[in-house]
Design a protein around this ligand. Structure first.
Ligand code: MAN
Length: 220
């Protein structure tokens, strides 16, 4: 019964109040059975269950969509990335090699980054994040003993950890044709400017006539 009826009920004889209550009750039942009024509890409960389920389904569809969009973005970025002639460096991405030198272990993760890891304590310093494939010209002795200029492929890394009173650390990795992925030599050419000589079968493309003959370690 509505509050107004209750207020009024205080001034009416109890038998009349009962009569009105019964009438209201049977009218409500009639309206409910004809579908004009919904049964309050049942109606609300089933509606909110359906709404909740729909909301959950929407959230999970949105999650799936977000994951697929992220995957698509990564794969598009990967397609745009330069992996060298015939995508030769694609398979090497993320492979890490390291070499001990003095107080540090130097690490090179192909097309990702370079690191200088302190042997004592193990703290590590980024020496650069991958930027691009490049080339550099190095002087080498040929078989006849003449000094010749040879063009080498490089992997370039920069924006590494900032160097006190210097630049952000950077590394130029010079690639040599070799049977294994291996760091042959590391150097700090200038303060916080590093270079690495790395052998890899991926640098053998182009043939021996292009100065890409496999290099053995004792040539260093
Ligand atoms: C550390 C290393 C060195 C570098 C100095 C610069 O000791 O990263 O290679 O020359 O910092 O302060």
């Amino acid at each position: 019964m509505t509050p107004a009826v209750y207020k009024l009920a205080a001034y009416l004889p109890p038998s009349l109040v009962n009569f009105i209550e019964e009438k209201v009750f049977s009218l409500r039942s009639l309206l409910e059975s004809n579908g004009i009024l919904t049964k309050p509890e049942e109606g609300d409960a089933s509606e909110s269950k359906a709404v909740n389920e729909a909301r959950d389904a929407l959230t999970s569809a949105e999650d799936t969509l977000r994951e697929l969009k992220d995957k698509l973005r990564d794969q598009r970025a990967d397609l745009e990335q330069d992996y060298g002639t015939a995508s030769i460096f694609r398979a090497l991405k993320g492979q890490c090699i390291s070499k001990d030198a003095g107080e540090y272990t130097y690490e090179h993760c192909f097309l990702e980054g370079t690191k200088q890891i302190q042997k004592k304590g193990g703290s590590s310093m980024s020496m650069g994040k991958y930027v691009r494939i490049g080339t550099t010209t190095v002087e080498e002795l040929n078989e006849a003993g003449d000094v010749v200029s040879v063009e080498k492929v490089t992997l370039e890394y920069d924006r590494g950890q900032h160097c006190w009173n210097g630049p952000n650390r950077s590394t130029k990795v010079v690639l040599e044709c070799g049977e294994e992925n291996q760091i042959l030599k590391t150097a700090e050419d200038d303060k916080c400017v590093y270079s690495m000589l790395v052998t890899t079968p991926a640098a053998c493309l182009g043939g021996e006539e292009n100065g890409n003959a496999p290099r053995s370690k004792d040539e260093l």
